[in-house]
Design a protein around this ligand. Structure first.
Ligand SMILES: Nc1ncnc2c1ncn2[C@@H]1O[C@H](COP(=O)(O)OP(=O)(O)OP(=O)(O)O)[C@@H](O)[C@H]1O
Length: 609
């Protein structure tokens, strides 16, 4: 467990990091609650010793004291509110920073299953829930307890018989809280779950790609219906929460109202029978008024406390999450430095099975249907393969054969304990994340560009690159002419995920980014699939210069892409079925030659050959 995750073992443990702030906040709350009760006791003396005995001087003196107490109490209350909010905001910043950094350490499998909306709602909603807990609920709780103690003691000293009222009031309020709290918690959780679905719906469908798919399939109405159904779930849970809150409020009002009436009647009889002074009756009624608030709050606060703790639990759940099985990082192993500038890659007896989702992701972030247990067979079986520096290995095979999975083992997107993946003789799991990132570079069919300038997207690969390097790699990737002709050139913003560029342009920018990084091990998974034949040939030519002595793995459906490879590996059903050069495999007359024939016939039919 990292230091960051360890902070989230428990709420008190987390708050230890803010102990000075929390202590100051508590002190302000305590002083405030004493100042709320003191005026009542002063008021009693004012009536009994001042008004009823006709001591005008005392009336003015105690009146002045009341004004002073009110002003001091207002000042302390202001300071407490501002300080609590500041503490809450500091805390929010810490949690958001921790969550964001922690999410970045998750394995890619996490993001394959986590609903984006659920992640967003944790970062916004639940973090705010924890903030509320610390900046409002906990001080309110402390304030209520201390007011209760001070006011209770005051009541006991003034008129012990009246304090017996507490024996009725407290259990009734507690009973109400016991009834309402679990129901509110349930409604809160359900509402948050529904919000996560709603957020996912919006982020998916209003992304450029999602909106396009919906439009092309004319699915607006279906999607709108689904959205409204989810929004209706949010409404139902929110209304249930409101109903429960209102029910609780009404029950509290009835209880306090009945008790108030009883005190007036009984207290009035005591004053008539002269067993209690008028000042004491007024003070008792005022003190009880001060007590209702804290008692109602204490019973109601349980609900807020529960909601806040649920939020903390949901944040902590992510912060403490460790994937298990082959999706898990192997931090316990010592990392070794990658010294070899031109390493070879060796896969030795490698098999791989995709782990089930609950090992990869916090279950509450995944969609329910993803968590249904499925037994998967191995996707890769007993793979032996060597890629020497300065050579290209072409990987081909039918769709679903396991080519991309194999590539993802080289980028350590996935890890396997069955067999070894070695770079320069070191098990890939023993390499530090930095070394791995420096050593292996990949371009895939789906190119992701950030909604930023072309320059910023390129500099992602090498922040210190100069303008002339950017131009050189753009030229090599056959994209410079296009970039140069844009009104803002390299400073053109590409849109969400690069949506303002064509698929081929995005791929060429991704290749330029790879050339800029020029890592010792290169993985190209359908990286030129969107390019026309002529551009692809030019890019391949550039690749031989830009990535000359690197170990290269090239996956392609278009077999012409890998025809010149030093070794072509043909995969079927997770195994290596054939290997050799193009000529050797054609002579063999096996799967590869059948794939070449099929593609040739396809091209002939299309009149392209
Ligand atoms: N994240 C995943 N979780 C579970 N199974 C997966 C995952 N990714 C891929 N698979 C499965 O693994 C198998 C191999 O997929 P892979 O993407 O490696 O095939 P491929 O040979 O690259 O196919 P294509 O040529 O269509 O890209 C497929 O059956 C696929 O459904």
């Amino acid at each position: 467990m990292t230091d960051r995750s360890a902070r989230y073992r428990s709420l008190p443990g987390f708050l230890r990091g803010f102990s000075a702030g929390v202590l100051l906040q508590m002190l302000l709350v305590l002083v405030n609650s004493v100042l709320v009760v003191l005026p009542v006791l002063v008021g009693q003396r004012l009536i009994d010793d001042g008004v009823l005995r006709g001591d005008i001087g005392l009336v003015f003196a105690l009146g002045g004291l009341l004004v002073a107490l009110t002003l001091v109490q207002a000042g302390i209350s202001y300071a407490e509110n501002v300080y609590s909010s500041r503490l809450g905001e500091r805390l929010t910043l810490r949690i958001r920073g921790d969550l964001f950094a922690h999410l970045h350490t998750q394995r890619p499998g996490f993001f394959a299953y986590a609903r984006p909306g659920a992640v967003v709602s944790r970062i916004h909603g639940d973090v705010r829930g924890v903030q509320q807990l610390v900046s409002s609920t906990v001080p309110a709780l402390t304030g209520a307890v201390s007011t209760l103690v001070v006011a209770g003691l005051g009541l006991l000293l003034l008129e012990w018989r009246a304090s017996l009222v507490l024996l009725v009031l407290a259990p009734v309020m507690y009973g109400l809280a016991v009834y309402f709290a679990p129901r509110v918690r349930d409604a809160t959780q359900r509402e948050m779950g529904a919000y996560a679905d709603l957020d996912t719906c919006v982020t998916e469908q209003f992304s450029a790609e999602g909106a396009e798919v919906v439009r092309l399939h004319g699915a607006h109405d279906t999607m709108a219906e689904r959205f409204v159904a989810t929004a209706a779930r949010v409404r139902a849970h929110a209304l249930r929460q409101v109903r429960l809150g209102a029910g609780f409020g009404a029950a509290v009002s009835v209880t306090t109202g009945l008790i108030g009436a009883a005190i007036y009647v009984v207290g009035g009889l005591w004053v008539v029978s002269e067993t209690m002074t008028m000042g004491t009756l007024v003070a008792v009624v005022a003190l009880l008024g001060r007590l209702y608030g804290p008692i109602a709050m204490l019973s109601g606060i349980k609900m807020e406390l529960v909601a806040g703790l649920v939020s903390f639990g949901r944040v902590a759940e992510i912060m403490r999450f460790r994937p298990t099985g082959s999706g898990a990082p192997v931090e316990a192993r010592p990392t070794r430095a990658m010294a070899e500038p031109r390493p070879s890659v060796v896969l030795n007896g490698v098999s791989f099975t995709y782990p089930s989702p609950e090992r990869l992701v916090v279950p509450s972030l995944a969609a329910e249907h993803d968590l249904v247990e499925v037994t998967r067979g191995p996707t890769l079986r007993d793979i032996d393969l060597t890629i020497e520096p300065g050579t290209t290995v072409g990987l081909v095979g039918r769709s679903g054969a396991g080519k991309s999975t194999l590539a993802r083992l080289l980028t350590r997107t996935w890890e396997t304990a069955h067999g070894r993946v070695e770079i320069a003789g070191t098990d890939i799991r023993d390499l530090s994340a930095d070394d791995l990132q420096r050593t292996v570079g990949a371009v895939t069919q789906e190119t992701f560009l950030f909604n930023d300038t072309i320059r910023a997207n390129l500099l992602f690969a090498r922040a210190a690159a100069e303008e002339k390097d950017l131009v050189r790699v753009c030229r090599a990737a056959q994209i410079w002419e296009m970039v140069r002709n844009l009104p803002d050139g390299l400073d053109t913003v590409v849109g969400d995920r690069g949506v303002r560029l064509s698929g081929g342009e995005r791929q060429r920018l991704a290749l330029a980014r790879l050339f800029l990084k020029a890592p010792p091990v290169v993985v190209l998974d359908e990286a030129t699939s969107h390019l026309d034949n002529e551009t692809e040939r030019a890019v391949q030519q550039a690749m031989r210069t830009e990535l000359a002595d690197r170990a290269r793995l090239v996956i392609a459906h278009r077999l012409a892409t890998v025809r010149e490879a030093d070794l072509i590996v043909v995969m079927a059903d997770g195994r290596i079925e054939e290997r050799g050069t193009h000529e050797q495999l054609m002579d063999l007359g096996g799967l590869y030659s059948r794939l070449v024939d099929a593609q040739g016939r396809g091209l002939e039919k299309a009149g392209l050959k």
